[in-house]
Design a binder for this molecule. Structure first.
Ligand code: ADE
Length: 266
């Protein structure tokens, strides 16, 4: 119900991808599918409680149309040709893996709810009809509606489409990539700024040493900021040096898994 929120999708890389025809993105106003004079999209919750719930009939007409089910086009494949994404704080967590999976889809429909959310029968109905339906949260906090979450998802998914990010190599080493580590710190000119110097090794031209330094930094940063990511590391993918860096940061291998080293007596 707030299509203007999505105006940002005209900008930057996503905007360019749209202009270049890599991404066909359309924004709709749910109220176009209302039938009453007040263009009502919500009503009070059955069972009582605070807030309003979005009506399934209005959403059903909107999704049928946008997914091409009414005209029978649906990219030729009916409900199965479409993946319905519903941003909601009660969804599964949207991660880089989710973005990668969604980037392989031909047609995504994102249903941005407001208020207390969308009547639960909408997701149920489209799942029964054979549509892939993902209820996804962008993090453990509550927004006023799904629009900002939709912006996040469209940007994260859109930049994975071939041709959107100018240099695909910049997708390789970044945070939340396959290595399971946060990205190392980066530096550019000038080499000295306000008494702060760029680490010598980066100016050395010695590629193997630079590679090792960056990996150490990624390990240290991940250990300091994201213990959940350290615990998820596959120990056999780490070399002896990796394990030394992690040990300095307080992590050791216990029963084949990384764990924070115990300090002092048990
Ligand atoms: N709508 C409201 N909060 C949200 C969140 N954290 N993620 C996705 N959609 C939302």
């Amino acid at each position: 119900i707030f299509p203007d929120y999505l105006a940002a999708l005209d900008l930057s890389l996503v905007g360019k991808a749209r202009a270049a025809g890599i991404l066909d993105l359309r924004v709709h106003d749910l109220r176009d599918w209302t039938t009453d004079r007040h263009r009502t999209v919500d009503d009070t919750p059955f069972g009582g409680g605070a807030g309003m719930v979005m009506r399934p009939d209005v959403w059903g007409r909107a999704i049928d149309d946008v997914a091409g089910l009414t005209t029978g086009t649906a990219d030729g494949g009916g409900a199965g040709a479409v993946h319905l994404v519903v941003p909601t704080p009660s969804g599964e967590t949207f991660t880089q893996r989710t973005a990668e999976a969604l980037a392989t889809e031909e047609h995504l429909v994102v249903a941005c709810g407001r208020y207390e959310g969308i009547d639960a029968r909408v997701a149920e109905h489209y799942r029964s009809a054979g549509m892939r339906v993902s209820e996804l949260s962008i993090g453990d906090y509550v927004l006023n509606g799904g629009e900002v979450a939709a912006l996040v998802m469209v940007e994260a998914v859109g930049r994975l489409l071939p041709g959107v990010v100018g240099n695909p190599e910049s997708l390789v080493e970044e945070s939340h990539g396959a290595a399971g580590l946060l990205e190392y710190p980066v530096y550019t000119k000038p080499p000295a700024w306000d008494d702060l110097e760029v680490p010598d090794v980066l100016l050395s031209g010695h590629h193997a040493r630079i590679h090792r330094w960056r990996r150490d930094q990624a390990l240290r940063r991940t250990a300091a900021r994201r213990p959940d990511m350290v615990r998820a590391l596959a120990v056999d993918a780490l070399d002896r040096h990796d394990l030394e860096v992690l040990a300095e940061a307080g992590w050791t291998v216990v029963d084949g898994r990384l764990d924070r080293a115990a300090h002092g007596a048990p």
